[in-house]
Write a protein that binds this ligand. Sequence first.
Ligand SMILES: [Zn+2]
Length: 313
Amino acid sequence: MELNVELPQQTLAREFEMSGVGLHGGVLTAVRVKPAYVGEGRYFVRVDLPNSPHIPARVDAVNQTTLSTELAAEDARVRTVEHLLAALAGMGVDNARIEINGAELPLLDGSAKLWAEAIATAGIVQATGEQNPTPNPSPRAERGVSEAVENNNNRPAMPLGGYLEIKEPIWVYQGDAFVAALPAPATRFTYGIDFDLPAIGNQWHSWTPSTESFESAIAPARTFGLAHQIDQLRASGLIKGGSLDNALVCDANGWLNPPLRFANEPARHKLLDLIGDLSLLGRFPQAHFLAYKASHSLHIQLAQKIQALNNDQ
Ligand SMILES: [Zn+2]
């Protein structure tokens, strides 16, 4: 897939580091997110493995989608990439080198809040081309960063549009769950969920990147879980790193660890996951993305379908 070269691409002004325990593996990992050149996109580097293999954050690198999204390139894998990728996309970072010393991203507080804050603190700049490096780089200059444009004219949020038009509805579904991309005058994301537990029930959220900031409206929404499923997931070797500190948990009587950050925090979190998964396309087509009761698996199926249509054009 080719990125639209006419849209200025962005990267981080400087690198930042974050560490924590992964949700499923429960292993402590450290992540260093660095600037990257125009056209490199976002890619992971497993610095703990021999030869530090690269894993591109692209749809064709998706390896599995059980409860989180895992990417792979040959034998190297990286899991639970969706919250960091959503934060990069939501904050408008097109190119980033993400070095990690393990197989799963830290869950942090269960949301993308800390990722988004770290990106905002690092700063966002127009990315430069590898063939045309900044002459006489100052000590602060890093790869892919043009100091001349730092802190100027940042694109508001979200790498949007430009390379693919959604001319008619595209959807995937399983049972009563679905994800669709509908032709729309502006990009919007809408997500609905329906749980048989009064704490969650039926709730929706709709977000337009051009009118509301990702950092305040979406990034703080945390992962959520149902108490009665937790033992079963643990028995399957999953969610070893999950706790009441990094996920909202509810049972038939309500939330075990209130307060919520938003009345519809679970719907907003699903929307966050959708943004992270669809960002594997590289750039979002202009569309209204509408999902109901969906999962990482359906999110990725829609991304694959959009990519296949793009390849055919
Ligand atoms: Zn999530």
